[in-house]
Write a protein that binds this ligand. Structure first.
Ligand code: ADP
Length: 375
């Protein structure tokens, strides 16, 4: 029997309407703590305590919507009162799942509600391009977004987001991130001179990363996108362990899928208990800039099939198109320079899925952003 995917569960929960507000429970962002393990599904529905008792039919409807999906063995939906976030059952008390453990042990960055890694099995597949466009697409959804460029081998976010200069530090301790198109950005590129070959040793990576997470005035963010270094070696593994990741997105090209690099990425995140939110296939086909003809250079569709096989969601695909390259390399990624284009829309659709999956994972305490601003 095929495994139920998060995508299917979210789609099913989108059909469940909260009677008071007449909107579905996913877009209301009242579903949280989703865990899926071997067909056993658990999640929390946060309701207003004043109407809590009347919400039992809603809970039942949500359970049924998910239970009716193929591959679902059991469903446990728990109602919690929104106001008593502290007493809400943690996702960990649900059926054990790989999505629950990772964030619990690590201190979250104050004010940052979620952190998502964008990773790839190897370099040059478009990971940074995807990170930049994904971040900008998330910001079109009215989310407060940051980008942490952790690519120690080739930090490219400042260039892609059209940012130049260096971050300042008014107090000599905390850095103020720079901003491009409303997205806050900190990059390894700000800390080291571009074009300077660096040999990164483990402890240096650790301290630079910690500095970029803790010693930066990120302010209040809904989501921080981390552009990871390519590959699945020790540096990547330790980064995945150090950053309290809510989830990871894997970018891969069709040939990369064929070579199983993407699978290594998946396994790395599984090893450190970080849920993989899905796979994006980049450079899936070639769009000729002259005639518009579409050529399938590598076997297109491999990522979708591979994702299905691995039980991971397929988030979308982008062709190899000169406009994507020119815009991102010149600091005007397509999501901002040509927002009506099909490619920009694809990035927005991917961003929506990512945010659905992230918001469903935030537990009640993460949802209530701290009111105190750390200076
Ligand atoms: P990575 O971060 O995986 O090393 P980059 O995002 O830096 O890869 O992309 C490598 C090069 O490929 C860049 O010049 C980028 O503009 C280009 N590129 C990425 N995705 C596409 C695409 N879909 N179409 C055309 N060019 C692309």
């Amino acid at each position: 029997m095929s495994q139920v995917t998060e995508q299917q569960i979210i789609a099913a929960l989108r059909t469940v309407i909260e009677p008071g507000k007449q909107r579905d429970i996913v877009s209301l962002e009242i579903v949280s703590g989703l865990v899926v393990k071997d067909g056993n599904v658990g999640f929390v529905i946060e309701v207003d305590p004043a109407v809590g008792a009347k919400m039992e039919p809603l809970r039942k409807a949500a359970e049924k919507a998910v239970y009716d999906l193929p591959g679902v063995v059991s469903v446990t939906a728990v109602l919690t009162a929104q106001k008593s976030a502290g007493s809400a059952p943690a996702p960990d008390s649900q059926p054990a799942g790989r999505s629950s453990g990772a964030t619990a042990a690590k201190p979250l960055v104050p004010g940052v509600r979620s952190i998502v890694a964008v990773a790839s099995g190897k370099g040059g597949v478009g990971k940074s391009t995807t990170s930049a466009n994904l971040a900008l697409a998330l910001s079109t959804l009215n989310l407060r977004v940051g980008v942490l460029d952790a690519d120690i081998y080739g930090p490219s976010q400042p260039r892609m987001l059209g940012i130049s200069g260096r971050p300042s530090s008014p107090d000599g301790k905390i850095l103020t991130p720079l901003e491009g198109y409303g997205v806050k950005c900190m990059s390894m590129g700000f800390l080291v001179a571009e074009d300077t070959p660096m040999i990164w040793r483990g402890p240096m990576v650790t301290s630079a990363l910690q500095q970029m997470l803790r010693d930066v005035a990120w302010g209040e963010l809904d989501i921080l996108v981390v552009d990871m270094p390519p590959g699945t070696g020790d540096a990547q593994l330790s980064m995945s362990q150090q950053v309290p990741l809510t989830g990871a997105v894997i970018v891969s090209t069709p040939q990369d899928i064929a070579l199983l690099d993407a699978r290594k990425g998946l396994n790395m995140f599984r090893k450190v208990d970080v849920p993989v939110l899905g796979i994006v296939e980049n450079m899936s086909t070639f769009l000729c800039p002259n005639c518009g003809h579409e050529t399938q250079i590598f076997s297109h569709g491999g990522a979708r099939r591979e994702a299905e096989k691995l039980g991971v969601d397929f988030l979308g695909e982008l062709p190899l198109d000169i406009e994507i390259r020119e815009t991102s390399d010149s600091g005007r990624p397509i999501v901002v320079s040509n927002p009506e284009s099909a490619h920009a829309q694809t990035y927005v659709a991917i961003a929506r899925q990512v945010w659905d999956k992230v918001s469903i994972r935030l537990n009640s305490s993460d949802r209530q952003a701290p009111k105190i601003v750390m200076q």
